[in-house]
Design a protein around this ligand. Structure first.
Ligand SMILES: Nc1nc2c(ncn2[C@@H]2O[C@H](COP(=O)(O)OP(=O)(O)OP(=O)(O)O)[C@@H](O)[C@H]2O)c(=O)[nH]1
Ligand SMILES: [Mg+2]
Length: 185
């Protein structure tokens, strides 16, 4: 799973809040500048298991800073699910659009549709937010498959776990439909 989105939208905060929920905040590895901006990525692993199965999920963020744009396709290699963190402030509207267009350009339509994707309107605690519908119209949301959206406040962990669960469900549904998981009893 990869957290993607424009600079400063809350990707690192979301990933850290997720790991904090599972008591694993200390296990997140970050490559950061001295002022706390993501240089390359943040990375962590979450594992879940019962008697029958074991699931290991590698989770990354990308850097939103254009100076480091070359690092983004590397992080996207072999991705199964994308959590797209939108900065909901009006002032960030255009940057959210460019970031989405950049993301879709890394894939052909079939591969992109196969990925589980959740668009997250973060920073809901702030005033001066744009309408989510306006953003979704602009990116042609209804043309994409395996996609959902929700809202979050990453600084207080609101919506972060739910987003993770939605993304995981979309990924597993997609894998199931591709017959990569067999329905054995
Ligand atoms: N008010 C508010 N601030 C937030 C929220 N989520 C993140 N922030 C703040 O936004 C700033 C950027 O957050 P980061 O998580 O570092 O953003 P990022 O997307 O990882 O940024 P880059 O790695 O530089 O692209 C920080 O000051 C966060 O505290 C939120 O839900 N509400
Ligand atoms: Mg970051």
């Amino acid at each position: 799973m990869v957290y993607y989105g424009p600079a400063m939208s809350g990707k690192t905060t979301s990933l850290k809040a997720l790991f904090d929920h599972f008591g694993k905040k200390d296990e997140v590895k970050s490559i950061e500048s001295t002022v706390g901006r993501t240089l390359y990525f943040d990375y962590g692993v979450l594992s879940f298991q019962n008697e029958k199965w074991k699931l290991k999920i590698n989770i990354y963020t990308t850097t939103g800073q254009d100076f480091y744009i070359v690092t983004r396709p590397t992080v996207l290699r072999a991705v199964d699910g994308i959590i797209f963190i939108v900065d909901s402030q009006k002032s960030a509207f255009k940057r959210n659009i460019s970031s989405w267009n950049e993301l879709t350009n890394y894939f052909d339509m079939d591969s992109f549709n196969r990925l589980g994707k959740v668009i997250v309107f973060n920073k809901q605690d702030l005033p001066d937010k744009f309408e989510t519908a306006k953003y979704l119209d602009e990116i042609g949301y209804h043309n994409f498959k395996n996609i959902e959206c929700r809202k979050s406040i990453a600084i207080s962990s609101e919506g972060v776990l739910e987003t993770f669960e939605d993304t995981l469900r979309l990924i597993l549904q997609s894998i199931y439909h591709e017959n990569l998981i067999s329905n054995t009893v």
